[in-house]
Design a protein around this ligand. Structure first.
Ligand SMILES: Cc1cc2nc3c(=O)[nH]c(=O)nc-3n(C[C@H](O)[C@H](O)[C@H](O)COP(=O)(O)OP(=O)(O)OC[C@H]3O[C@@H](n4cnc5c(N)ncnc54)[C@H](O)[C@@H]3O)c2cc1C
Length: 209
């Protein structure tokens, strides 16, 4: 932990971003910056051999968390969309087949199904992590599916709710902007797919890039 104001530490630039504006992203420079030993998190002995593997293991635990953020944001957007539509007479009571529903109802059912599959993949990956089971593939599957789903759902909700969905008075606009990062950090969509493919095909990172 490096306290702000420590000699040698300089916040060089704050990024201006599409979303997650409550979380600062900055370029921080450390020049001859001395950090007290007691500020170290974890083991002070640095094991360089475990470095990369350790980071990868961290992802097995953190990717389901980011996937869960995606599931939560997508659910919030869908819930709010349903509320807004209900005020305009939307029924959505599931008593009609998709072919007999309005286009908007059918679209909401499809998004709900997508969200449920993202949620189940996320719960599975998190359960495996909690129970000490190797879950790299499942964590990447959950992250890829939830990232894709939250991007599609929030943008579609903004679209369905039209002026309200695009306006800053509604959180749907914010969720649509916030959602993109969930498909990027902790490994992008493309990288998750690469990891899943490697696991399924039994190929190493040098064999499948
Ligand atoms: C707002 C924000 C906050 C962040 N917060 C954190 C944080 O708290 N902690 C942290 O550790 N990191 C953080 N990151 C970093 C983030 O995890 C990386 O930006 C992200 O994983 C993408 O890596 P990269 O930027 O190196 O992109 P690159 O690897 O340069 O990728 C650029 C593009 O190319 C694609 N690509 C790359 N390789 C391949 C391939 N082999 N096949 C197909 N496509 C490929 C990628 O999917 C991506 O679309 C943050 C990033 C942002 C934008």
């Amino acid at each position: 932990m490096v306290e702000h104001g420590t000699p040698g530490m300089e916040v060089a630039r704050l990024e201006h971003k599409l979303g997650i504006k409550a979380s600062d992203t900055a370029t921080i420079l450390f020049t001859d910056c001395r950090v007290p030993r007691e500020n170290l998190l974890g083991n002070p002995e640095v094991d360089t051999k475990k470095g990369f593997g350790g980071v990868m293991q961290t992802f097995d635990n953190t990717r389901p968390v980011v996937a869960a953020m995606g599931v939560g944001v997508a659910k919030a957007a869908l819930d709010r969309t349903r509320e807004l539509l209900k005020a305009e007479g939307y029924r959505g009571d599931y008593d009609r087949a998709v072919w007999g529903s309005s286009a908007v109802e059918a679209e909401l059912y499809r998004m709900e199904a997508d969200l449920e599959s993202a949620r189940l993949l996320t719960v599975k990956a998190a359960w495996m992590a909690d129970n000490g089971q190797p879950n790299s593939m499942e964590a990447s599957m959950a992250k890829a599916k939830a990232g894709r789903t939250v991007n599609a759902v929030t943008l579609r909700c903004a679209e369905i709710c039209a002026t309200l969905g695009y306006g800053e008075d509604e959180l749907i606009e914010k969720w649509a902007r916030d959602s993109k990062i969930l498909d990027i950090f902790e490994g992008t969509q493309q990288i998750q797919q690469l990891i899943v493919a490697r696991r399924l095909l039994g190929l190493s990172s040098t064999q499948l890039r």
